[in-house]
Design a protein around this ligand. Structure first.
Ligand SMILES: Nc1nc2c(ncn2[C@@H]2O[C@H](COP(=O)(O)OP(=O)(O)OP(=O)(O)O)[C@@H](O)[C@H]2O)c(=O)[nH]1
Ligand SMILES: [Mg+2]
Length: 318
């Protein structure tokens, strides 16, 4: 793919919204393939137009069902939409998560909808770096809306969901009862709350719970609205979409959309620098020369700090 013609073609096909090309590029990005770097770089100036929405919640909270409904709602306005279902716990990849396929297959034949699952292949850091790139591929392919579904089980997933313009946190009745490890983390990143499965008992209590937690968490410029939904019946979906649009207007009105996006880009650059430094560290701290250096440390000829200095040079004082 290194050849110029190949790259030019892939860039043009992505911009034209060619599904096969986008799918192939997402696979390359997901596996960290170096071939994707050139194409992604060439497409970068074409990005920054899509509005991204993260949908996060506990396993089985109804995220896919809600996403499915949001797709239908967005399509009603005639807009195209790209969807990434990120499953950090799944060993599968390339759209192989059956559940997501089954539940979103209503849209499988709609050329205005692109749905894709992404999994880890065993490296979480890789996924955190790959997801923003995949989002930008959909952006470059002309999707004005990009939705990211992710299971809210750990810090990395929270970071992925937080990397969207609007983050929707999905809970169910009874959510307040149990002790959830990352409850505080989810509260912090939520721009919109959804109490889904409102057909079950305890929906009002869950809403009250959230209100109380929000009050305790102090003043904020944007108070996350709490929307009640029954995703399986399509109830509350219009209200959810209105809440997303309201948050978007809020961010656009006071310039914080730009600020948030800039801060995320800074984080991404920092993460890339860290990843490269880690790779360089691995390269430099292995092999016969390194072993010889460690032997000198073990023989008390030099101390570990001096060994590090002999590799890197003297530490820079800030
Ligand atoms: N009663 C009821 N069931 C619902 C509702 N929304 C979703 N479900 C059901 O809950 C189950 C899980 O829904 P999903 O949409 O797959 O949930 P998810 O959060 O995407 O699940 P994972 O991706 O596996 O974490 C399915 O059987 C849905 O039919 C709802 O509002 N009410
Ligand atoms: Mg799902």
């Amino acid at each position: 793919m290194g050849d110029r013609v190949g790259v030019t073609r892939l860039v043009a096909d992505t911009i034209a919204g060619d599904r096969g090309t986008v799918a192939r590029l997402i696979s390359l990005v997901e596996s960290g393939a170096p071939e994707a770097v050139e194409v992604v770089a060439a497409l970068y100036p074409r990005t920054g137009r899509a509005y991204t929405v993260g949908i996060i919640g506990a396993p089985g909270a109804g995220k896919s069902t809600l996403t499915d409904q949001l797709i239908a709602r967005i399509r009603r306005d005639g807009d195209e939409v790209g969807v990434l279902a990120v499953d950090p716990t799944s060993p599968f990849t390339g759209g192989a998560i059956l559940g997501d396929r089954v539940r979103m297959q209503d849209h499988a034949t709609d050329p205005g909808v692109f749905i894709r699952s992404m999994a880890t292949r065993g490296h979480l850091g890789g996924l955190a770096l790959a997801v923003p790139q995949a989002m930008r591929l959909l952006d470059a392919a002309g999707k004005p809306w990009v939705l990211i579904e992710t299971v809210g089980v750990g810090q990395v997933e929270v970071e992925i969901a937080d990397a969207a313009d609007t983050t929707v946190v999905v809970v169910n009745p009874g959510w307040g009862d149990g002790v959830q490890a990352n409850k505080a983390g989810l509260l912090e990143i939520a721009d919109v709350f959804v109490v889904n499965k409102a057909d079950r008992p305890g929906g009002d209590a869950a809403t009250r719970d959230l209100l109380q937690m929000l009050e305790l968490s102090g003043e904020r410029a944007w108070v996350p609205p709490i929307v009640s939904t029954i995703a399986t019946e399509g109830t509350g979906i219009d209200e959810l979409f209105e809440a997303i649009l309201a948050h978007r207007s809020f961010l656009e009105a006071d310039g914080s959309l730009d600020r948030r996006r800039r801060a995320r880009l800074a984080d991404e650059v920092r993460a890339l620098v860290l990843a490269r430094l880690a790779a360089q560290t691995d390269a430099v701290c292995s092999g016969p020369e390194f072993d010889a250096l460690v032997a000198r440390v073990a023989d008390r000829e030099i101390d570990p700090a001096a060994a590090a200095t002999s590799i890197l040079g003297p530490p820079r004082t800030p």
